[in-house]
Design a protein around this ligand. Structure first.
Ligand code: 7TS
Length: 414
């Protein structure tokens, strides 16, 4: 019953948390991977190895510990560059996560480049972190925020982008490469092609795509690219902003402080080289080091296999779910257009009640607006339930989940 593409048993053995029971004796089934993934022992050990053996600040002292810590931290930067296929390591900026990366661009690039009556285009299926920073910027500058709509299949209505681009006022188009609610994989190439013709900058929110799809930034011709380590087996508190060197060079720093300077005088400061200009203060050293182990882990499996495994699971789950009467499933039907995220509503059971019932059976799913209230408005619901899969999930777990949903149906007599 396992999917055929990866060796699940050996993978599951690497995730100690998957052995735990919840509600006394229920085997944990973790289907909340779009929120954050679990961490393999290799990541946990990389972090504790740093604290046990070479804890030190980086880029400062010449002693051996500092040199080891600096080397490990900088090795992660090389791994990120390789993982997303970027040539210049100095284009990789470590931040706290996708949210901080987007705020950095809105603050540093946005304040220098967006003016009154300019337009920023986002989409109706964005996470709040790819809406709110642009609202703040638009309000401050007297600019406009416009949305590419979502159709009934859960896909973007790309014709709407043409209308915005034709105004000649669009400065930036931003979109998530995969929706955290609908699972829709955005047609990034088409959006980018349209924007390039008009010389418009492009930011890709890759929080849900990098963990699940093979991404190649030499093919994806965007300007800014943001993602978080914690959704791809890595620790919390680490993320990446990639941007083209010329852009990073033209931008003012986001935070001022240690490490981001070349020289400080009483009234003037000059900036450090890239990427350090954007990494003020002591960074999250331990977790950046842990992130390297997460990428190693995913590379050992192979991102193609990760994707194949998720397609198998998602197909299986959608097939079983669609047999449940009164279920409403959101997002595209075609597997090529979606990832392993399934949002749904079951009759009029409130998603929080549903999540509580399946939790009693050990199944962790998310319920609520998923930080996507603009999309909830578009779908005309207050909330959905959401199951999201990763490399360690199995078809047997999906069977338990389906059984649990049927128990909820009986309890609510629907
Ligand atoms: N963008 C997308 C598409 C996301 O799914 C998330 C987090 C973020 C940005 C923000 O990432 P962060 O690491 O800075 O928090 N998404 C979710 C979710 O779906 N449930 O919890 C967090």
């Amino acid at each position: 019953m396992q999917t055929s593409v990866i060796n699940i048993e050996s993978i599951r053995n690497d995730f100690p948390i998957l052995k735990r029971k919840v509600h006394k004796d229920k085997q944990l089934i973790y289907f909340d991977n779009a929120a954050t993934s679990q961490k393999p022992i290799q990541v946990i050990e990389a972090i504790s190895d740093y604290y046990l053996n070479y804890n030190s600040n980086i880029h400062r002292a010449v002693h051996e510990l500092a040199e080891e810590a600096t080397a490990a931290y900088e090795t992660t930067r090389d791994k990120v560059a390789k993982f997303i296929n970027v040539k210049n390591r100095e284009e990789i900026v470590f931040v706290r996560g996708t949210t901080e990366a987007i705020n950095l661009v809105a603050y540093s690039w946005g304040r220098q480049n967006v003016y009154k009556d300019d337009i920023i285009v986002t989409t109706e299926y964005e996470h709040h972190s790819n809406i709110v920073p642009w609202q703040m910027l638009a309000k401050e500058k007297g600019a406009k925020l416009e949305y590419i709509g979502v159709d009934d299949k859960g896909e973007l209505i790309l014709d709407q982008l043409d209308g915005y681009l034709d105004t000649g006022r669009v400065k930036l188009v931003t979109f998530s490469q995969m929706s955290n609610v609908l699972g829709t994989i955005t047609n990034s190439d088409e959006i980018i092609k349209k924007c390039r013709k008009k010389g418009v900058k492009i930011l890709v929110d890759a929080a849900q795509s990098v963990p699940h799809l093979k991404v190649d930034l030499q093919k994806l011709d965007c300007d800014f690219f943001a993602f978080s380590a914690h959704k791809m087996l890595g620790p919390t508190g680490v993320g990446v902003l990639w941007a083209k060197k010329e852009l990073l060079e033209s931008m003012s720093p986001f935070n001022g402080g240690g490490d981001m300077i070349r020289e400080v005088h009483k009234y003037e400061t000059t900036w450090n080289d890239l990427p350090y200009k954007f990494e003020a203060g002591t960074p999250n050293i331990a977790d950046v080091i842990g992130f390297a182990a997460a990428m190693d882990y995913l590379e050992r499996i192979g991102m193609d296999k990760v994707r194949e495994h998720e397609i198998e699971l998602t197909k299986y789950a959608l097939d079983k779910l669609s047999q449940i009467k009164k279920i409403k499933l959101y997002g595209p039907n075609e597997m090529a257009k979606r990832g392993g995220v399934i949002s749904f509503n079951l009759g009029d059971i409130h998603p929080h009640d549903l999540a509580t019932i399946v939790d009693e059976d050990g199944v962790a799913i998310r319920s609520g607006h998923h930080c996507a209230q603009v999309l909830m408005e578009r779908l005309d619901v207050a909330a959905t339930s959401r199951a999201s899969f990763y490399i360690y999930n199995t078809k047997e777990e999906i069977d338990v989940f389906i059984k649990s949903l049927n128990r909820a149906k009986e309890l609510f007599r629907i």
